[in-house]
Ligand binder design. Structure first.
Ligand SMILES: [Fe+2]
Length: 455
């Protein structure tokens, strides 16, 4: 089976190509256009996937989109109906985009693919759609090598679902439990990301990075946690949550939160992006991080209870919260944990392709103890030494060619110890937001000034 998976039009556009169970290539569009988290149709990423596989679009068994836009539109209409007349302006603004693009996605995708391959005929395009959270679940379960596993997906929102517990068994994934919009761990975290002055859908990692600067024992931190749990989010024993809409605007507004309600509850206004970060901001970051961990751990316990599996797969944007992932590991209730490195929506392109491969086309799974089906997540473009040398010459770069890897490592280690910052580039680029050693910035963590140099 030759399948192209696509995720786009919201954020983190990407494409993945699989051939007979092998993930041949996967890459985000931002790596070509340099626009971080771009929602644009991933034409460059698709071109790369086709080149890498040596295939034309008409030769593919299927092209799969990572969610179901009609169901998403139903959520938009239903939410508007519940909150009307509030939200009329954003609703009116979004409707033309939906009518012009998202509802006619089949045509839009075909038109974009035809630009890549002008000879493409409609009859040669087998376009399929998967559910958003099935895409997330599949992106973790199928590459995991587990024959059976509990699967937990948590993100902002897909169609209706914001978190799911599934059971994966060989080729099949069964949904056991779902949490639905507007109650969402991802949106809760994004709301506090906004409150603390970072960008929603991209600054969440900054909030996570700020949390360790908070002081757990301070009265202020304890009070923040207590207020979040008593006023903002009701956490049930099974990890499901109820978000008090008195504090949120995302169901009808262009902003995440009701800023005045947040201010009167926590005593400080929404931080502006350029505003200095205070200890109070750090304490709040720690508070929401701890509440998030509490919810995620309850969900993990529920996943164990429902599946009784020793294996756990994690995916969805919240699975990029590596601090929470560490807490899950410390729990020790699963022997093996697999986390999809591209857990955000980019990974949806991979999961969409894999889910259609196994659940629709019924392809057998290939298990391997010897190699990683994700290939270490090194699935993107690469450049040969020859290409690098030609480019260096073209731009008259001052460079030195070192043949031996040992000598190169020693030189780089010395340069780092002397306080230099190194851009480390080798092999294929990583799929997902994490630098895993092929496109990394290396610096000396012992130097307290280094953080400033890196910014
Ligand atoms: Fe998602």
């Amino acid at each position: 089976m030759k399948i192209l998976g696509i995720s786009c039009f919201y954020h983190d556009s990407a494409a993945t190509i699989i051939i007979d169970n092998e993930i041949v290539a996967a890459v985000q569009e931002e790596r070509f256009t340099r626009e971080k988290h771009t929602p644009e149709f991933p034409s460059n990423a698709i071109k790369f996937c086709l080149e890498e596989s040596g295939l034309k679009i008409e030769e593919l068994d299927s092209v799969v989109f990572y969610d179901k836009p009609i169901v998403k539109f139903e959520r938009l209409l239903s939410t508007f109906y519940q909150v009307a007349p509030k939200g009329l302006i954003p609703f009116i603004k979004s409707i033309p985009i939906w009518l012009k693009e998202k509802l006619f996605l089949r045509k839009l995708i075909y038109d974009n693919l035809k630009e890549i391959e002008p000879s493409l005929k409609k009859k040669d395009l087998n376009l399929l759609f998967t559910e958003h959270h099935i895409s997330h679940a599949a992106s973790a379960f199928y590459p995991s090598n587990f024959k059976e596993s509990a699967i937990l997906t948590i993100d902002g929102v897909g169609e209706w679902c914001t978190a799911s517990i599934c059971k994966g068994e060989d080729k099949d994934i069964q949904i056991l439990k779902e949490l639905h919009f507007p109650h969402s761990v991802g949106l809760l975290y994004s709301a506090f990301t906004y409150y603390l002055g970072f960008r929603v859908n991209s600054g969440e990692y900054k909030l996570m990075g700020l949390a360790p600067y908070g002081i757990e024992d301070l009265e202020e931190t304890k009070l923040f946690i207590e207020k979040i749990k008593s006023e903002v989010v009701d956490i049930k024993e099974d990890g499901s949550i109820f978000l008090n809409q008195k504090y949120f605007k995302y169901t009808y507004g262009l902003k995440m939160i009701k800023e005045n309600s947040f201010k009167s509850l926590f005593g400080f206004h929404t931080r502006k992006e350029e505003e200095e970060i205070s200890q109070t901001h750090c304490n709040m970051a720690l508070a929401i991080q701890m509440v998030t961990e509490e919810i995620v751990i309850k969900m993990v316990r529920e996943a164990k209870k429902l599946t009784n599996s020793n294996n756990l797969c994690l995916s969805g944007g919240v699975a990029l919260n590596c601090v929470a992932n560490g807490k899950i590991e410390e729990l020790g209730i699963f022997d093996n944990i697999y986390i999809q490195p591209a857990s955000g929506d980019a990974g949806g392109s991979l999961g969409a392709a894999l889910s259609i491969n196994h659940m629709y086309f019924d392809s057998e799974r290939h298990y391997s103890e010897e190699y990683d089906l994700m290939k270490g997540s090194y699935l993107g473009p690469y450049f040969s030494n020859k290409e690098i040398i030609i480019t260096n010459k073209k731009y008259k770069a001052n460079y030195e060619y070192v043949e031996s890897f040992e000598e190169l490592s020693e030189t780089v280690a010395r340069l780092i110890s002397e306080g230099n910052v190194i851009g480390w580039f080798q092999g294929r680029s990583e799929f997902g937001p994490r630098a895993l050693g092929n496109r990394s910035i290396l610096a000396d963590p012992r130097n307290p000034e280094m953080k400033k140099n890196l910014i």
